[in-house]
Every structure is written in C-alpha cells, then in structure tokens.
Design a protein around this ligand. Structure first.
Ligand SMILES: *[C@@H]1O[C@H](CO)[C@@H](O)[C@H](O)[C@H]1NC(C)=O
Ligand SMILES: *[C@@H]1O[C@H](CO)[C@@H](O)[C@H](O)[C@H]1NC(C)=O
Ligand SMILES: *[C@@H]1O[C@H](CO)[C@@H](O)[C@H](O)[C@H]1NC(C)=O
Ligand SMILES: *[C@@H]1O[C@H](CO)[C@@H](O)[C@H](O)[C@H]1NC(C)=O
Ligand SMILES: *[C@@H]1O[C@H](CO)[C@@H](O)[C@H](O)[C@H]1NC(C)=O
Ligand SMILES: [Zn+2]
Length: 529
C-alpha cells in the first residue's frame, strides 16, 4: 500500500499552483489594471480582523499590512476603502475573501431540460453577489467520467471566474473505478458524489456506495452524498399521486425529513465502517443535522453542508395557490418552519461547516414541465448570487455568527475542505486576489428583475436586507463595481483540487489502531483434524 505522503502531494499541489500563476501572469490576468492598492479598510479572515491595506499585483495578493507604500505610477489603481465603505464608529470589517460556493449546477442537463444558467450567467450572478469561486458537479456521459469531464470543460469554456469540479458517480464497474483514479491523479478532482435518491436515474445501492467509499479512501478523495432514502421517496411520490395530489406540495409531502435522517445515518455508518471522511450535501432537516452532530460527538469525520434555501426558507411556499410561485421551491426539499432555525444554530456552533447553494436554476417555462405532475417539475432553486448577502443579513446582522465565522462558512472552510487553502479562502500574501468589499451599512433588495441569473423567477424575491457587496475583485480584476459587471467570457480558470485534504490526516493511524484492536487471528494450534 504505497500511498504518496500527504506532504509530498501538498508540495506537488503548490508546484502546480505556482505554475498556473505564472501562466495567469502571462495572460496579464485578463488585461486589466495590473496593480490595485486597497487602502484603509478592515481585512477579515477566518481567524482575525485587522486594519490593513491590501496590495494586489498580477492577480495575486502581494502584501497585507498597515500603510503600504507602493512605487507610484499610473499602473496602480488605488481604492480608498475608508470613506467610501466604512462609516466612523463601531462597524465590523469590510474586506473579505471572495465567497466559495461548494455546490452549484451550471449547464446541467436534468429532467428533460437544461438549467437556465450556464457557466457565463451563473458565474456573472456569483460575482455580482460576492462569490469568486464555485465547485460544480461533472455528470458522467454514457457512464464515462472522462467523457463527462470533457463535456463539462466545454461547458465551462465561457467561464468568467475560477471554478473546480466534483464528479458524480452514477453507476459502478471496473472502468468507473479506474477512471476515478485518473480523475484524482491527473485531472484535479478530489471529491466524488453518490446519490442515495433519484431512483431509476442517479440512485446507487448500498453495495455500490460501499465500493465507492473504499475507492475514495484509497485515493484520498472525499466522498459526498445526497442523503435521502430513494426507494421510500419513490413510494411516497406514488402515494401522493394515488391521493390525487399532483401539485408542488406533493414534492414536500412525498419525502418527509425522517427519510433524509435515515439516509444520512446510513451513509454516516457506512463511512464509519470504511473509516473514510464523508461530506453530506444540502443538509435540509433537523433529522439529518442531528445524525451529523451525533457522529461528530463520537469523533467521526463528517462534514455537513447546509444550503441557503434550507437555512432561511420554509415549505409553506409549496402550498402557494400560484403554480409558478410554488414550483420555484421544488427541491432540495425545503422543510417546515423550525428546521431552518435549527440548521442556523448548527452552523453557528460548528456542527455544520460551510454554506452552499445547490444553485440549479430553471425558469417558469421549464418548471411548467411538471404542471400536472410534481414529479416532473425540474428540481432546483437559485442562490449563487444571494448567498453572501442572505447569510450576512440573516446571521451576522442578527448576531448569530461573528464576522470571522462569516468568512469561515462562506469561504475559508470550503477552501480547506477541498484542499486549496490558502490559495483561496484568505486575504494573505500569496493568495489569489479574490476579494470583496462589503459595506455593512449598504442595503440590498432581491428581485428576478434585477438579478443576474437568466431565470425569470427568484426564490428570494422581495428579500430586503443589510450588508451590500459593493466591489468584487476576481484574481486581481475589478469585476463588479457601482452595480455593474465587467467580465469577459473565457477568462475563468479551472482550479485543480488536490487529494488528501486535511480531513484525511491521520486516517492511516486510526486504521492501524483498528487493526490492532481486533486481537485476531487468535493462535490456537491445531484445530481441525
Ligand atoms: C473592464 O475591464 C477591462 C479589463 O479587464 C478594463 O480594461 C476596462 O477598463 C474595464 N472597464 C470599465 C468600465 O471599468
Ligand atoms: C479616504 O477617504 C476618507 C473619507 O472620505 C478621507 O478622509 C481620506 O483622506 C481618504 N484617503 C485618501 C488616501 O484619499
Ligand atoms: C453513448 O453511447 C452510445 C452507444 O455506444 C452512442 O451511440 C452515443 O453516441 C454515446 N453518446 C455520447 C454522448 O457519447
Ligand atoms: C414560513 O415562510 C413564510 C413565507 O416566507 C413566512 O411568511 C412565515 O412567517 C414562515 N413561517 C415561520 C413560522 O417562520
Ligand atoms: C425559459 O427558458 C426557455 C429556454 O431558454 C425559453 O424558451 C423560455 O422562453 C423561457 N421562459 C421565460 C418565461 O423566460
Ligand atoms: Zn446539487
């Protein structure tokens, strides 16, 4: 079992990152002003806040500190963060690492249609909302992961910001196992997603999930699960149809939270059995969250990802008499009021670790594919543009989390888990210059008429709140300012995610302890014959 050491892989990762940085410099980082000095702001990282200037050069943060002086010249653009963004007095900081959304679906072919946001519009929306990197899900093509990755690379040709990929595993055979290895060793993939729901299409059985967990562990890749009991959900859907319930409320009624709790518990126990870290996507219910809390108390490495819709919405919308309104909220399953509050509390106490969106937008025409059968409503909500604003407004403004924890759950934790920290997730010397200037006194208002998603609907329609992303800097380029985007298709960069992130650290030691604990085989001399 000659697995390369974690240190060696980290070294390689840095070498790759450094190489890619040089390439980015060669391209002039998109051709904008090459240097920016942000003066007089308060820099917030996951571990502290400090008054500091930030100097950006060639897409990288060159220096962070008080009173930075840079050689003059018209190539340096100075942004004064004092007067413009921070009012005198007791306000929190205002320079944050750009958001990282660990869970999006752009240009995703699903349920007979394709998400309305592709990489261009989805990323435009992200940047306008202060998110500078996302990780999307590659879906295999004809069972091939390589073909799936190729297809997603084509889809991402119009990218305007940095992105990475997870790969979904939707079937199992020797070829899939071999391709997983190639994905990790050659293609910058360090996580694979397994669906325990969507019976008949994406769903996998437990024996395959076990094979997948073993393979992930051997590669130092993180296993992710969509945890709902797919057999029971299918049964629940049929039950609602038999009751004559065909509208969007049938979606909620067919998949009660305990089916999510059951699958979460099952996935956690299988991961415990294999002794490999597990990442639960879109934790939507108290039921699932309690399973994660319990596993964490017992020392198991389980990461829970709530999504914005699950944190702040409740299922009452699904009963709206207007189909266009109700169908917007179909999936991931938004729960009864109360679950969201519990998920917020779990996020603030570290039981849940980072916030995604599962941005998977369909417009009202697409949602109408399910006008007489909720099972045919394309599943997905928006959120990539709203995430940073809504989490600030509903959790920082209300005192539920500190500004440093805001950075942690929206950016740093994602960078650490997917093993690209501190290239991403921090405002530090040497990090990529992905920075947002958020004015705590600014106000935002959400509407499909003004957002940047291509959808004509928005699940946060009418939400007004405090804390406004006024400037977004993506790899050293000001891409969002004065309410306007300045982006160029094709400037986005694929960020390779190296395996053996921190969640794998020490796994081999606990494996050895387990082997030693067996006290077997027992030496018995001659037993048979
Ligand atoms: C937009 O960005 C380009 C380079 O990225 C820059 O040359 C141009 O001046 C910017 N336009 C505006 C209006 O800021
Ligand atoms: C930045 O803005 C503040 C407030 O308007 C002002 O007092 C300060 O002199 C400005 N600093 C620079 C370097 O322009
Ligand atoms: C999938 O496989 C079938 C049969 O081998 C082939 O006809 C089809 O072109 C393939 N589709 C794609 C997208 O590669
Ligand atoms: C559930 O959501 C609706 C619509 O946003 C809201 O009016 C209602 O107050 C929420 N219920 C609770 C108990 O929070
Ligand atoms: C939704 O998107 C489809 C496909 O792009 C388009 O044909 C349709 O007109 C859109 N509907 C609305 C209401 O914008
Ligand atoms: Zn998803």
């Amino acid at each position: 079992m000659a697995t390369p050491s974690r240190a060696l892989l980290l070294l390689l990762a840095f070498a790759v990152a450094a190489h890619e940085r040089c390439a980015a410099q060669g391209l002039g980082a998109g051709g904008g002003a090459t240097s920016i000095l942000i003066k007089g702001g308060t820099v917030v990282n996951a571990d502290r806040e400090e008054k500091a200037d930030v100097y950006i050069k060639d897409g990288i943060i060159d220096a962070v500190g008080p009173n930075i002086k840079v050689p003059g010249g018209n190539k340096v653009r100075v942004i004064n963060a004092t007067g413009k963004y921070v009012m005198p007095g007791d306000l929190p900081g205002n320079l944050f690492p750009g958001g990282i959304d660990p869970h999006t679906h752009f240009a995703f072919e699903f349920m007979g249609t394709v998400t309305i946001d592709d990489f261009y519009s989805g990323q435009a929306a992200a940047l306008a909302g202060g998110t500078t990197m996302h990780i999307d899900f590659v879906i295999p093509v004809n069972g091939s992961l390589a073909a799936g990755l190729e297809s997603y690379k084509k889809k991402a040709a119009n990218a305007v910001m940095d992105y990475g990929f997870h790969v979904a595993i939707t079937s199992w055979n020797d070829q899939v196992a071999r391709e997983m290895e190639v994905m990790v060793k050659k293609n910058g993939i360090n996580s694979f997603k397994f669906f325990m729901a969507y019976k008949g299409s994406l769903m996998l059985t437990d024996d395959i999930l076990l094979q997948g967990l073993k393979k992930c562990k051997s590669l130092g890749a993180l296993a992710m699960v969509h945890a709902e009991n797919g057999d029971a959900v299918a049964e629940g859907q049929q039950r609602m149809i038999d009751f004559g319930i065909t509208g969007p409320e049938g979606h909620a009624l067919s998949r009660p939270p305990y089916l999510e709790g059951e699958a979460t518990s099952r996935a956690i126990r299988l991961a415990k059995f294999i002794n490999t870290p597990l990442y639960i996507v879109h934790v939507m219910s108290t039921d699932a969250m309690e399973e994660i809390a319990k596993a964490k108390r017992e020392g198991q490495r389980v990461i829970g990802e709530p999504v914005v819709s699950g944190l702040v919405l409740n299922e009452s919308w699904l009963w709206d008499p207007d189909f266009t309104v109700a169908s917007k909220y179909v999936s991931p399953p938004i729960r009864e009021a109360g679950h969201g509050k519990a998920l917020q509390a779990a996020l603030s106490s570290g039981i849940l670790q980072l916030v995604g969106t599962d941005h998977c937008a369909f417009n009202s025409t697409q949602k109408a594919l399910g006008c007489n059968d909720f099972r045919k409503i394309p599943n997905g909500v928006n959120g990539v543009e709203e995430r940073m604003h809504i989490i600030w407004d509903s959790m920082v403004e209300t005192g539920k989390i500190s500004v440093t924890d805001y950075v942690k759950v929206t950016s740093t934790e994602g960078a650490k888990i997917f093993n690209i920290y501190p290239q991403k997730g921090a405002i530090l010397e040497g990090s990529d210059a992905d920075i947002i200037i958020l004015n705590p006194k600014g106000r935002f208002a959400i509407s499909a008429r003004t957002d940047h998603s291509r959808s004509n609907t928005n699940v946060y329609e009418g939400w007004k709140g405090k804390g406004l992303v006024e400037v977004t800097i993506s790899r050293g380029r000001v891409v969002w300012e004065d309410g306007k985007l300045n982006i160029t298709a094709g400037t986005g960069r694929y960020v390779k995610l190296p395996p053996l992130g921190y969640v794998f650290d020490g796994i081999e030691k606990s494996d050895a302890a387990y082997r030693a604990s067996l006290r077997a085989p027992v030496q018995r001399g001659k037993v048979c014959g």
